[in-house]
Ligand binder design. Structure first.
Ligand SMILES: [Zn+2]
Length: 459
């Protein structure tokens, strides 16, 4: 019944919703390049006045050395449940500009999609939350407390919100669940909930030998070559036969994939041929052979060299034994590997592998903890029901191979369920030219979130 009401409201408001979103998308709020900082402030102004206009108590939280957070809330009854929505108002840079069919900051509607930088990531998706709450406020049906926190540095490090969440310790942000729409559905028609993310240990190895580059004819032979030594070390990280990472104790804390997960994922459509074509590789022969492709990406840890440097890199030849060589190495972690332990194991292993005759330094650059959200609670069940009602199918439970640092921070600081429910589609082209968001996804998203909030209000 309520579902019909929200659909009618959306129908009536369609043009206004699109116009508002178009205004928001026109603002080039690119966070990574300081030349857009004025536009970032325009996005803050737009968002905070929009929150006020729909009836939310709104404030801008300034930051000394970062971009402001926008906070908004409506507390209808302190005894009722509270949902915290997270989104980001900044966007990726738009280049390469000549690949856009319509300019990135002049939103254009074609074939039921709105094309603009930020359409799906994340302005269009955060609009879903705001419009659902706007509908409930207008129709006097908001029975759930709602809070919104928007940041402007998601695409450029996210330090301001990270510091704020940690300092706040769940006071302003106290809630019963966090709701985030900043991702895509698994496939069209497959609404999904992401309940697991991989973590990360990022390191740099530096192998040093002689105090200067040496003549490889005069000194070559007895002097251990740091570049050769580096190759020897990193060449041992993966066992060729099994595809397993060889670092001792590396798998000690890894949580096994559960039976229900294997089953759930095995049923998902996955076209291996298309996937290979899309990334341009002849085979998917990496990783642990006894796990499926999705299992390897979502639930198994990795160790990857991200870059190698050192020695002569110019045109032609230069016969030297380089003084040093280095590599960036990252490990994707899965629950419940701890970054501290993994770095410790890694560092010891690298030193153990290093041949006599060189010195090795291993530096820790950054870490992120893996996340696994318990999907058993009441609030998750209500989200699942709302999704099923609107999309005609229960959401599939998936993990992601990537890392979303703010999710691990919410997870550790607030200790509440986090619902990662994306309404984008896999072909939305986020971070790419011609980014788009489907208007149908937008409207059905509003319906889903409003249904969910109504259900939570009835608890
Ligand atoms: Zn995003």
């Amino acid at each position: 019944m309520s579902s019909k009401k929200v659909r009618e409201w959306i129908d009536q408001k369609k043009d206004k919703i699109i116009d508002d979103l178009v205004e928001f998308l026109k603002i080039p709020s690119v966070s990574t390049d300081p030349k857009y900082s004025g536009d970032i402030m325009n996005a803050v102004k737009f968002l905070s006045s929009h929150c006020k206009a729909i009836g939310l108590d709104t404030k801008v939280i300034e930051s000394d050395d970062g971009y402001p957070l926008v906070y908004a809330e409506k507390i209808v009854d302190p005894n009722k449940k509270t949902i915290l929505f997270y989104g980001h108002y900044d966007v990726q840079p738009p280049d390469p500009l000549d690949e856009w069919e319509s300019p990135p900051f002049s939103p254009s509607i074609r074939d039921g999609n709105i094309y603009a930088r930020g359409a799906t990531d994340d302005k269009g998706q955060l609009f879903i939350h705001l419009k659902a709450v706007e509908y409930l406020l207008e129709s006097n049906d908001l029975q759930t407390n709602v809070k919104f926190i928007f940041e402007g540095e998601e695409e450029s490090g996210g330090e301001t919100i990270e510091a704020f969440v940690i300092q706040d310790q769940g006071k302003l942000l106290a809630c019963d669940a966090v709701f985030i729409s900043d991702s895509a559905m698994y496939a069209p028609g497959y609404p999904s909930v992401v309940y697991g993310l991989r973590g990360m240990v990022y390191t740099e190895i530096r192998v040093s030998g002689p105090s200067n580059d040496l003549h490889s004819g005069v000194f070559g032979g007895p002097v251990v070559n740091p570049a050769n030594a580096l190759a020897l070390i990193i060449g041992k990280f993966i066992d060729e036969e099994s595809g397993k990472v060889t670092i001792p104790n590396f798998y000690e804390e890894v949580k096994d994939i559960e039976e229900w997960e294997r089953k759930e994922w095995a049923q998902l459509p996955f076209d291996e041929k298309k996937y290979k074509e899309s990334i341009g590789v002849p085979e998917l022969a990496g990783g642990e052979k006894d796990y499926s492709i999705l299992e390897r990406i979502w639930a198994r840890p990795t160790c990857d060299v991200n870059g190698i440097f050192g020695g002569y890199q110019g045109v032609g030849g230069k016969t030297i034994i380089p003084a040093w060589a280095g590599a960036k190495v990252s490990m994707r972690l899965v629950p419940w590997q701890t970054p501290e332990n993994i770095f410790n194991y890694f560092e010891h292993y690298v030193r153990y592998l290093a041949p006599v005759g060189v010195n090795v330094d291993v530096e820790l650059l950054s870490v992120a903890r893996p996340v696994l959200i318990n999907l058993e609670g009441e609030i998750f069940r209500l989200a699942e029901n709302a999704i099923e009602e609107v999309w005609g199918r229960k959401p599939v439970k998936v993990r992601e191979g990537g890392t979303i640092p703010i999710v691990s921070t919410f997870f550790e600081t607030l200790g509440v369920p986090i619902l990662l429910v994306g309404f984008g589609l896999p072909d939305d082209g986020l971070h790419s030219p011609n980014e788009k968001f489907s208007l149908n996804q937008l409207f059905k998203g509003i319906e889903t979130v409003s249904e969910f909030l109504v259900a939570v209000g009835n608890l």
